[in-house]
Design a protein around this ligand. Structure first.
Ligand SMILES: [Zn+2]
Length: 423
């Protein structure tokens, strides 16, 4: 601790000599620095210019000019990470609105949802598919502080097969042509081209729809869409650019070929069977179960919100929710936290924790899935997911102990993201 104190003092001296360093002292009754470690008692975390500089037991003295946040008896823990959100959309609504609303409207909706998501304790989100530059604009908006919201790791428009989940379906051909986002591909060469195009546009991650999806109008079930050759081309090209690939996938064979192709995470993974999970385990593929998505869908079923095509696909999935995740855990497939917020109301993201526990994770594993494990999948372990010197000051506070009761995470009292307190 003495050594850390020295580093902190040195950092402060350096900062005050260069510019107006802003230091915040955070006192908390309990501290979880890392989901894999036991909680500590009363502690002080010092933050300077958006970074954690030191952690000390008890209440340390306040340096001159520093701000103080006293969280009383609350538990301070790392900011949460949701690896699968759609900020630019809200649940419900007519699918035909995509032919009416301009892309820019998505930024307005997204600014509203970014704020709600941050206040729910999520200091980093991975935007899993949105129109053109909408998510990239939101990413810049929260990074530069123009709007309040989490750090955004953005995919932009997903790669899809023509007429697949992620492309438009159910309109006239001339309408499809107008709505085309420019990211469908056929064959290995064109799919490589679209990965490079996404990279050029500013994608942090490549999103593909590897199989059919529940909420699109395409009516050919939930089986594999891309060919093996196409998925291999997408994975290889993305990795050559330093980008990871996240694949929306429900059907078992689509999951298996996506994992075999080297795709980094399977989103949903609904019907993953023994064979598919074996390949995921062998390849180190993560599963992002998005159990909250199915809650959102269940709440809306039979209310005239979904078209008959969609309702039929919904009914295919609901009996199997959670089964693949439970098997994945038994087989040692890493499980990372993602919700598909946008399919249900933004801000309810933390409802996923109780579902993860219901289907077999311990509370500690559930918290790790949204902190250390998620950070590892993003290759950002040295930036987010823990409270440690040098990392971004992304922290939240709750009443009670989330390592005993994950439902405490559903009411987050205080949030700091990149050193800024959400007011
Ligand atoms: Zn999604």
């Amino acid at each position: 601790m003495r050594k850390l104190g020295f580093v902190a003092a040195a950092t402060l001296a350096l900062m005050s000599s260069s510019a107006i360093a802003k230091t915040t002292i955070v006192y908390a009754g309990h501290l979880i620095t890392d989901a894999s470690k036991p909680a500590e008692g009363p502690s002080t975390v010092t933050v300077t210019d958006g970074r954690i500089v030191s952690i000390a037991p008890g209440r340390t003295a306040v340096p001159e000019g520093a701000e103080v946040v006293d969280l009383g008896d609350k538990t301070l823990l790392p900011g949460l990470i949701d690896l699968h959100v759609h900020l630019t959309g809200d649940p419900g609504g007519d699918y035909r609105s995509e032919a009416v609303d301009p892309d820019e409207w998505g930024v307005v909706v997204g600014a509203k949802n970014a704020r709600v998501t941050l206040r729910a304790g999520f200091t980093t989100v991975r935007e899993a598919g949105s129109a053109q530059y909408t998510a990239f604009s939101l990413r810049r908006g929260t990074a530069e502080g123009y709007i309040e919201g989490p750090r955004i790791i953005a995919a932009g428009p997903p790669l899809a097969i023509i007429g697949g989940h992620g492309d438009t379906t159910g309109f006239r051909e001339d309408i499809h042509a107008v709505l085309d986002q420019g990211y469908t591909c056929t064959g290995a060469v064109e799919c490589a081209e679209k990965v490079r195009k996404a990279s050029r546009a500013g994608a942090d991650v490549i999103k593909i729809t590897a199989t059919g999806g529940v909420l699109s109008q395409q009516g050919r079930g939930l089986g594999a869409h891309f060919s093996n050759a196409e998925m291999e081309s997408i994975a290889t090209t993305a990795h050559s650019l330093g980008l990871k690939v996240m694949a929306h996938a429900h059907g078992a064979r689509g999951i298996e070929s996506a994992a075999a192709a080297g795709i980094d995470s399977i989103e949903h993974g609904t019907f993953a069977d023994e064979a598919a999970l074996k390949v995921m385990k062998a390849k180190g593929t993560y599963m992002v179960p998005t159990l909250m998505a199915f809650e959102g869908i269940r709440e809306r079923l039979g209310k005239g919100i979904y078209t008959p095509t969609v309702e039929e696909k919904v009914r295919m999935t609901l009996n199997d929710v959670g089964k693949a995740m439970a098997r994945a855990k038994e087989m040692g497939v890493p499980i990372a936290f993602g919700t598909d917020a946008g399919v249900f109301e933004h801000g309810r993201n933390a409802g996923e924790f109780a579902l993860l526990v219901k289907y077999g994770l311990t509370p500690r594993e559930a918290l790790a899935s949204a902190t250390t494990v998620a950070a590892r999948l993003l290759s950002m372990e040295d930036e987010i997911g823990r409270i440690a010197p040098g990392l971004s000051a992304d922290m939240i506070a709750v009443d009670g102990d989330p390592l005993t009761d994950v439902r405490t995470l559903e009411s987050v009292d205080w949030v700091m993201a990149r050193g800024r307190v959400a007011e």
